[in-house]
Design a protein around this ligand. Structure first.
Ligand code: ZN
Length: 401
């Protein structure tokens, strides 16, 4: 398959689109060129743009039907909105259908890879895991581990949860992830077992860290005044393959610890705004040497489009008075930046040998004379521009269908 258009290359220092073409064979990009395509393209032409598939580093699939309940603080929102929604995943058929629906929805917004949380129900998450794998996306996915501070029907015995998770296997491009929801809903015993399992299997870890002040208070009470980040560290949960959602309320010492462990903080600006959790200090974390990713955090975040999440990242930095990322850096974050954070070496860019995950758009605003085409795309972004989304070489979304 040959695709032509203005190509975005996040690995290059240039912040411009480059007229060119991309050739795919099977699930792989085999050739990339500059200038006119060597033959009649199958998709795209000079008024199209080609991006690497967008990547979402933090999202909750069981929460896709709960977008839009505003006005609650995180802990109340979990109790009143999210736990009842996640309880429905007790039914494996429901979970499998919903995972399929959520994955299709993400693909339609240009997302071809994500790190996602399931519910606590291991068997339902196993079914959902297969649904995600069937769509071809690259993903981390695992049951949200919980054994306290949640309704009784959403708490599980620590040993049983860990044993069930240990029997997961990678499938397609989906990798099991050790996913303790957050230290509030996990006993030290469960956290220790989660850390040990991740170490034994060399699996990635995802959890939440320092999202709201009320959560910090609770952690201080529950863990004897220990700093939040150290709680995870003592159980072996801070590794180079750990992605911690939010990281808003962190001390200098905690930032330094995250940097030493080479763990990743997933900034979720749309969720932070929606739940009024605070404005994450992205520039400060970055200068402390903390690796960063970007996530939608649906349903804490109402936006499924990573382009809108990237725009919110810029707006959050501006509102704080920090030096804000440029539109080119924002598009880089949701492609190559997130790929690097998640350790996906063949994702996030359009180069020979990379996985064939692409978004083809046809913007309705003229870019040729525009002084900042990527700025135009970011701020005027319209999901109706998306013509095709290609996942592992196959057209998984087509606007004509
Ligand atoms: Zn989250």
């Amino acid at each position: 398959m040959l695709i032509a258009g203005q190509v975005f290359h996040p690995e290059r220092a240039s912040d411009h689109l480059e007229w060119g073409w991309v050739r795919l064979e099977g699930g792989t990009i085999t050739q990339v060129g500059k200038g006119p395509a060597p033959a009649k393209p199958d998709l795209g032409d000079d008024d199209h743009c080609i991006f690497p598939g967008f990547l979402d580093a933090h999202v909750h699939l069981p929460q896709f039907d709960s977008i839009g309940v505003a006005g609650l603080e995180l802990l109340d929102w979990l109790e009143q909105v999210i736990f009842p929604a996640e309880a429905r995943w007790e039914d494996p058929a429901f979970a499998s259908d919903m995972a399929e629906r959520a994955t299709a929805s993400l693909i339609s917004f240009g997302t071809t890879g994500f790190a996602a949380y399931g519910s606590v129900h291991s068997e339902s998450v196993r079914e959902a895991f297969a649904s995600i794998a069937a769509r071809g996306v690259r993903a981390w996915f695992g049951p949200a581990l919980m054994d306290r501070h949640a309704p009784a029907d959403l708490c599980r015995d620590a040993d049983r949860q860990i044993e069930a998770l240990a029997s997961f296997e990678p499938m397609g491009r989906v990798q099991p992830a050790v996913t303790p929801r957050f230290a509030v809903s996990c006993t030290p015993d469960l956290l220790a077992k989660a850390g040990a399992l991740a170490c034994a299997k060399n699996w990635p870890i995802q959890t939440h860290l320092a999202e709201t002040r009320a959560e910090l208070e609770l952690i201080r009470e529950m863990f004897d005044e220990q700093p939040y980040t150290e709680v995870y560290d003592q159980f072996g949960l801070l590794t180079p393959r750990s992605v911690l959602g939010h990281g808003i309320w962190l001390s200098e010492a905690e930032r330094a610890l995250l940097a030493r462990r080479m763990s990743v903080v997933a900034h979720c600006p749309t969720a932070n705004r929606f739940l009024e959790a605070g404005a994450m200090d992205r520039a400060g974390l970055s200068s402390a040497g903390v690796r960063l990713a970007l996530g939608s955090d649906v349903a804490g975040g109402p936006d499924r489009s990573m382009v809108r999440v990237a725009r919110a990242m810029i707006e959050t930095a501006r509102a704080r008075g920090d030096i804000a990322p440029t539109p080119a850096q924002a598009f880089r974050q949701i492609t190559l930046g997130n790929a690097e954070a998640l350790g996906w070496a063949k994702s996030g860019r359009l180069a020979p040998g990379c996985e064939a995950d692409l978004v083809i758009i046809r913007p309705t605003i003229p870019l040729h004379e525009h002084p900042d085409p990527l700025g135009a795309l970011l701020y005027a972004w319209d999901d109706r521009w998306i013509e095709q989304v290609i996942v592992a070489g196959s057209i998984e979304y087509d606007h004509r269908r």
